[in-house]
Design a protein around this ligand. Sequence first.
Ligand SMILES: Cc1cc2nc3c(=O)[nH]c(=O)nc-3n(C[C@H](O)[C@H](O)[C@H](O)COP(=O)(O)O)c2cc1C
Length: 421
Amino acid sequence: MAFIHQLGLNKLFSLFSPVVRPLLNVRANQRLESAVNVWDLRDAAKKRTHLMCFGYLDSGADDELAMARSRSAYSEYECHYNVLAGNSPETLDLRTTLFGGQVNLPFFMCPTAGHRMFHTLGEKATASVAAEKGILFALSSLSTTSVEDVGKILPANQPKVFQLYLWKDKGLNRELLARARENGYDAVALTADFSWFGNRERDRRNGFSIPPSYSVKQIVEAIKRPAWTWDLISNDMYTYANINQDVPAESLAAFINKQLSPEFTWDDAEWLAGEWGGHLSLKGVVRADDAVRALKSGFSSVWISNHGGRQLETAVPPVDALPEIRAAVGPDVQVILDGGVMRGTDIAKGLALGADGVGIGKAYLYGLAAGGKEGVAKAVDTLEDELQRAMGLLGVRTVDELKARGPELIRRRNTVKWPPA
Ligand SMILES: Cc1cc2nc3c(=O)[nH]c(=O)nc-3n(C[C@H](O)[C@H](O)[C@H](O)COP(=O)(O)O)c2cc1C
């Protein structure tokens, strides 16, 4: 099937898209319509997306314990709510400040690679939803839409974050920082937990690759997902849009492998802080000592994350690392949390336990894979609705109130056995 793009047949197929696409998407649209929560969006994503790409989106490292526990950790915290607070949707205010700018919601889209793998509109769909909802969007270095094109979608008055991996080639790092600056990105997040590739066994089993290979297995899977496959063969092939365009698509993965370096140290992080000079966050921190060191090394905020459980198996659930890190850095440093968020109550708990903003990763990608821009909007709207309900029932009206009253409203589950011995 590679010949389709090589011969430019995708351009020919695209002429039929106005007729073929809606027909192939009838069931996907129905599933999207009937989804009532993020788990339903996950099911819908699984049914529309090629197995190899869904597996890449959905999987964690090794036995996927870190991923599962990062999700279930929120259930260990319980809500000690006030009644009769007189809250209605009109009295709630979910706005807050993140990375120096105002946003309409205290949760945001984490940087995630390769949105066009999941849906042909890719980052254009995700960034447009962020722009329309007035929420923070963090762009991955490994995006399939360029930093320039995404920069044009995001409004100037909304904070924008560019995520960076430190590549061995310092020139490439400098070039990416310059492009981020030129395109109005306010902050950079250095991801520090990705110096080795996580062991994602589903990817190996499914033969995941960028661009897709055309083995018999992949073609059979492609036939099973006609809506996704039509998008693939009637559009330009996706590629890592921020990486030097001279690298041929076939060798991009090898290029990226070669550029990742387990040898990086705090010296390299300090080098980056000197180069960027602006708001800088260290992403992937799970310990108080690293958080404190990040601040000493020139970072202005700490981003607690275990990469969605995709890197080190049995890494501590980020929400469990949060209270200690907040205590260590004090009340004035911006602390970001991500990992395992599937519900509005998860977001409320993250804020109450000390986060200033809570990132979502898989939750919005499920929406994207289930149905492009509408799917992303559904994921964000669903979580907003759930967060509103959580705050309304907890008896708080603003994000600041939730943060201030957090420790008395959200407490670790009472694990005393009942009845007592
Ligand atoms: C498909 C996928 C791709 C990701 N790509 C990146 C990336 O390019 N850079 C990065 O810093 N983190 C990346 N992450 C991690 C997210 O930024 C975030 O830390 C994680 O998804 C949060 O956990 P959650 O998915 O459980 O919400 C990726 C996560 C997923 C699921």
